[in-house]
Design a protein around this ligand. Structure first.
Ligand SMILES: Nc1ncnc2c1ncn2[C@@H]1O[C@H](COP(=O)(O)OP(=O)(O)O)[C@@H](O)[C@H]1O
Ligand SMILES: N[C@@H](CCC(=O)OP(=O)(O)O)C(=O)O
Length: 268
């Protein structure tokens, strides 16, 4: 019996997938095979009776390709235009793939200030609740047309933690292009050590987390640790795991030692 056996009982699971997982690193084009596998695994979680919410990045890089841009855009307004195209493309593909596995997806575009306004917060809560009641998988991204915070800082990580809190989730899984948190960015430091479990998020831990190591990723580990702080303070466990092996999601739910586990703080 592993000490992660209790993860088997998690009912409401939020999965966040980053741009670096959804695209081919060499070309920046959408990795359709991986997306297909991701949708299959999430559909399987639904079939197990879990509630599944997906927070998906990727609108900007996918839209940039669709618009024929050669380089990753840096100008905010161009990024917003790309997000507009890419978001529609992403949803079209998600909807098609989920239908193939017998499920239906719904789109939710949010801004992070949702938690500051009681009426908007309630409206968002109601929408998530009804989608879950209807067995529909909500797919969330930031509304890049009206909010540029995330485009600038690459922050679907903290958005996913806010969503986890909003829907009173049981487990948040962040899929990235790396196995989890290391003592330093392993792309730059060969001596970096893997950290399987984190109980306390302190200054020391924050110092270990560096920015994005790839061309498509934006937030790096900094925003993932910030997400962990929001989730764990709300009593929600969070795991950073490698999205290159999508079946890791199922292994996590089986209680196997995959990724870095941040333990939710027990609320008395
Ligand atoms: N301490 C660390 N441990 C692991 N990865 C780190 C660390 N510091 C920085 N990174 C970088 O963060 C990257 C993951 O973040 P990011 O590129 O934003 O991906 P995503 O698109 O999945 O959000 C890793 O590929 C790695 O290069
Ligand atoms: N809203 C943006 C997400 C930006 C972002 O957080 O990206 P990532 O660091 O890959 O999770 C998009 O869809 O491209």
């Amino acid at each position: 019996m592993s000490n992660r056996d209790y993860l088997k009982d998690k009912k409401r699971i939020i999965v966040k997938v980053g741009s670096s997982t959804l695209t081919h690193p060499e070309t920046g084009h959408l990795n359709l095979a991986k997306l297909d596998k991701l949708v299959q695994v999430l559909s399987d979680l639904k079939n197990m009776g879990k509630d599944v919410i997906l927070v998906s990045s990727g609108a900007i890089p996918i839209g940039a390709k669709a618009a024929g841009l050669k380089e990753k855009p840096t100008d905010i307004a161009i990024k917003q235009a790309c997000a507009s195209v890419g978001q529609a493309t992403l949803m079209m593909i998600y909807q098609k793939f989920f239908r193939e596995f017998g499920h239906t997806a719904g789109q939710i575009l949010l801004t992070k200030d949702i938690m500051d306004d009681e009426i908007r917060k309630k409206n968002a809560e109601n929408t998530f609740k009804e989608l879950c009641n209807l067995d529909i998988i909500p797919i969330v991204n930031e509304n890049d047309t009206i909010s540029t915070e995330e485009i600038e800082f690459g922050d679907n990580d903290t958005l996913s933690a806010i969503v986890a809190k909003l829907v009173q989730g049981d487990l948040l899984i962040l899929l990235s292009d790396i196995d989890g948190l290391y003592t330093d960015d392993p792309r730059k430091d060969k001596n970096a050590q893997f950290i399987p479990e984190v109980d306390t998020i302190d200054e020391n831990l924050l110092n270990m987390a560096k920015g994005a190591g790839s061309k498509v990723g934006t937030g790096g580990m900094v925003t993932k640790i910030l997400a962990a702080k929001i989730a764990t303070e709300a009593g929600i466990d969070m795991i950073i795991s490698n999205g290159n092996e999508v079946k890791n999601i199922l292994k996590i739910i089986e209680g196997r030692e995959k990724g870095t586990l941040f333990k939710g703080i027990k609320i008395q």
